[in-house]
Design a protein around this ligand. Structure first.
Ligand code: MOS
Length: 702
């Protein structure tokens, strides 16, 4: 096994076309255990690190006693603020470890024990005795000391459009309600891990990152190295859901440690450390006011949100964006605020912002439909945004209306009895609910190298990774079609920051970014082939770099659209016990041109399962006295299991998007969005009980 084993396409039969749902090219390697995930690979002479975590949430380290740990079998070194080297630039957030005595959250790393085996390191870590000066932590967002702060970071998403106050004055009906969403924790199956080794002044890092280049750049800045001196390898990642998008302290710790002991160092997080060390979806409190005429035209909307972030973070989650562009709201006010707490740094979790924001606005729209006596789909169509209300430009594609029509037909919307609480199947109350989704657009600049060899095979190379979504497969398919060669003739090499510069796997933007770069490369190759065919030269391999950089909306007078979706849910609720069973979820998605029907469908199915977790199960609980996360295991933090997941129907509608050459829109995150609102709206239809707080646990129905 080598460090970066590219999948081959052996077993993929013959020539295929874009869109066909071929199997994943990395599937055989994965099921045979031959795909080297980060902690499947041990360089010679590697030693193992175990992280020691603070047992207070706020204060300072008073003393660290390492005597017993140092004497334990196999221990090589113990790193803490007492001996850690100063970093060239410690300003990155979340803050790098071991820079001083300050403690800002429970579970913060205070030491790293290096030993010959992981067991010896873990054993010695237990022997380290840390004394603290504890101060009273601030961990409850409703604590009066937690004062909401305005957005001081680079993207100000607050919106003021039209005259909301006049709009409310003209409304026949006003809905005014508060919504909350729980803290959720990304729980990829693969434990995050980092293995680092130095050769002179050059460091190589194997990591579970979603962005080899962003991790490489962050490490270069932090350690004061040229970017060429940091090589980050991530050919296979055991899931991420957004957790792999930041430079987490354990990564810095491993690189620092490898330099100190002049040996390769491997650090694998424990499952509880996955709850404190790689981000989370922060809890939100939201208030929505929405006014409408009796005919169902929305006259004004106000959407206010407050989320939590850590004491020292340089970012926080803004969640009202979907309200800004999802409907034709002429009079709109949105505010995103944050409170700082003694909690671990948050991070992106599949559809950050979109998922909690959509839950609130799509529940409020259902409440408005009920108040007006208008069908929920009809209300949405009466306020349909044919152009982007934020800038007035036509969408580059939008088939959300078709999503509603098709989804309604599939679930049998017209056959339900719309009267609240009217439907039963035996002991169960039955309800139907819907929600719409307008996902944001994101296409970072990207390049890709494509080589067409004289023997008719081709290679695609780019410094991104495949976190399990199908990038290896889909990009091979795309290159094969554009070069008019069979899929098995294309090799895709990813997962190395020193490959040609590429975007990370995030923001549902990689397929458009990398796909368009590959398309550019292939068209350069095809141009040279036709010159060659005309007799003027080019024999042998043709190697080119393709680029993709989307135009500005003003240049093309078009508003780039993300994907759209309509979700339809049927639930059953036990009238006596409050048990909620999701009976069916129908998802109709406009994601532009679909490059591989199977991997795209898998994204929506997986996202929907995540959405069921968001709606019914997932809740990270922090003890408000200590700041300790109380359910930091997969036994206590509930995610959906097979019995929670019903029949999931997925259909794609719409045509190629006009904003990018290959016509795609992202499917990575939208599958999660809208599920919670649709489930809640269905529960209301079944029972007449309006749930505004996630997750919907059965006690809320009793
Ligand atoms: Mo994502 S939350 O952009 O991996």
């Amino acid at each position: 096994m080598t460090a970066t084993q590219a999948p081959t396409t052996t077993g993929v039969q013959g020539r295929t076309e874009i869109g066909v749902g071929i199997n994943r090219v990395d599937g055989p390697l994965k099921v045979a255990g031959q795909a080297p995930f980060v902690n499947d690979f041990a360089p010679d002479n590697v030693c193992h690190g175990a992280l020691v975590q603070s047992t207070i949430a706020a204060g300072r380290i008073a003393r660290i006693d390492t005597a017993a740990a140092s004497a334990a079998p196999g221990v090589i070194e113990i790193i803490s603020h007492l001996n850690a080297p100063a970093l060239a630039d410690p300003t990155i957030t979340p803050p790098p470890p071991f820079q001083n005595q300050a403690i800002s959250h429970h579970g913060q790393y205070v030491a790293l024990v290096l030993a010959e085996t992981p067991e010896q390191a873990t054993d010695a870590a237990d022997l380290i005795d840390v004394a603290y000066h504890r101060t009273d932590p601030l961990v409850d967002p409703s604590d009066p000391r937690a004062v909401p702060e305005e957005n001081v970071f680079d993207t100000d998403t607050d919106t003021d459009r039209g005259d909301p106050d006049a709009g409310f004055a003209h409304a026949d009906v006003v809905i005014d309600a508060e919504y909350s969403t729980a803290e959720n924790t990304n729980s990829p199956l693969g434990l995050f891990a980092t293995t680092a080794w130095w050769d002179g002044d050059i460091v190589t890092v194997r990591d579970a990152t979603q962005g080899p280049m962003s991790t490489s750049k962050g490490l270069a800045k932090t350690f004061g190295l040229p970017e060429s001196a940091v090589r980050v390898l991530a050919p296979y990642v055991g899931g991420g859901f957004g957790a792999g998008l930041r430079l987490w302290p354990h990564i810095v710790a491993a690189v620092m440690a490898a330099k100190m002991v002049r040996r390769p160092v491997s650090v694998v997080l424990t499952r509880p450390q996955m709850f404190t060390g790689i981000g989370h979806r922060p809890p939100s409190k939201q208030r929505i006011r929405i006014g409408a005429t009796s005919g169902g035209t929305v006259t004004a909307v106000e959407h206010l949100s407050t989320v939590t972030t850590s004491m020292n973070d340089g970012t926080y989650e803004t969640i009202t964006d979907g309200t800004n562009s999802g409907y034709d709201f002429a009079h709109l006010r949105t505010r995103d605020r944050h409170v700082r707490l003694n909690v671990p740094s948050p991070g992106a979790m599949r559809a950050p912002g979109e998922a909690p924001g959509n839950f609130a606005i799509e529940t409020a729209m259902d409440e408005l439909a009920v108040a007006l006596g208008i069908d929920p789909i009809e209300l949405r169509m009466r306020n349909y945004a044919n152009v982007n209300p934020a800038n007035g430009y036509r969408w580059s594609s939008k088939a959300l209306d078709e999503c509603y029509r098709r989804g309604a037909a599939l679930i049998g919307w017209a056959d339900r009895n719309p009267e609240i609480g009217s439907m039963r199947e035996g002991h169960w109350r039955i309800g139907y609910g819907t929600a719409g989704v307008s996902f944001f657009w994101w296409q970072p600049p990207c390049t890709a190298e494509v080589t067409l060899r004289a023997d008719g095979t081709a290679a695609v190379r780019a410094a991104t990774t495949d976190i399990g979504t199908g990038t290896y497969t889909v990009m091979g398919q795309l290159a094969a079609e554009l070069l008019d060669i069979p899929v098995p003739a294309v090799t895709v090499e990813l997962g190395d920051s020193q490959l040609p510069s590429a975007a990370g796997a995030g923001g549902s933007g990689l397929t458009a970014a990398l796909g368009n770069a590959i398309a550019d490369a292939c068209s350069q190759i095809n141009a040279r082939r036709s010159v060659a065919a005309a007799g003027s030269g080019v024999a042998g391999d043709i190697r080119v770099i393709g680029t993709s950089k989307p135009p500005e909306p003003d240049e093309v007078q078009l508003s780039p659209s993300g994907a759209f979706a309509a979700r339809f849910v049927k639930v059953r609720v036990d009238a006596d016990l409050g048990v909620i069973k999701v009976d069916r979820v129908v998802s109709v998605v406009d994601a532009g041109r679909i490059l591989n029907e199977k991997t795209a469908r898998s994204q929506i199915v997986g996202g929907t399962v995540g959405g069921i977790g968001h709606a019914l199960l997932e809740r990270t609980l922090t003890d408000t006295d200590t700041g300790r996360i109380a359910n930091a295991t997969l036994g206590d933090y509930l995610i959906p299991v097979n019995a929670d997941v019903p029949q999931l129907d997925v259909e794609f509608v719409g045509g190629p998007d006009r904003y990018n050459g290959i016509g795609v829109k992202g499917v990575g995150e939208i599958g999660l969005v809208g599920v919670a609102a649709a489930i809640g709206n269905a529960i209301f239809h079944a029972t007449g009980v309006r749930l505004r707080d996630l997750p919907f646990t059965l006690d809320r129905l009793l």
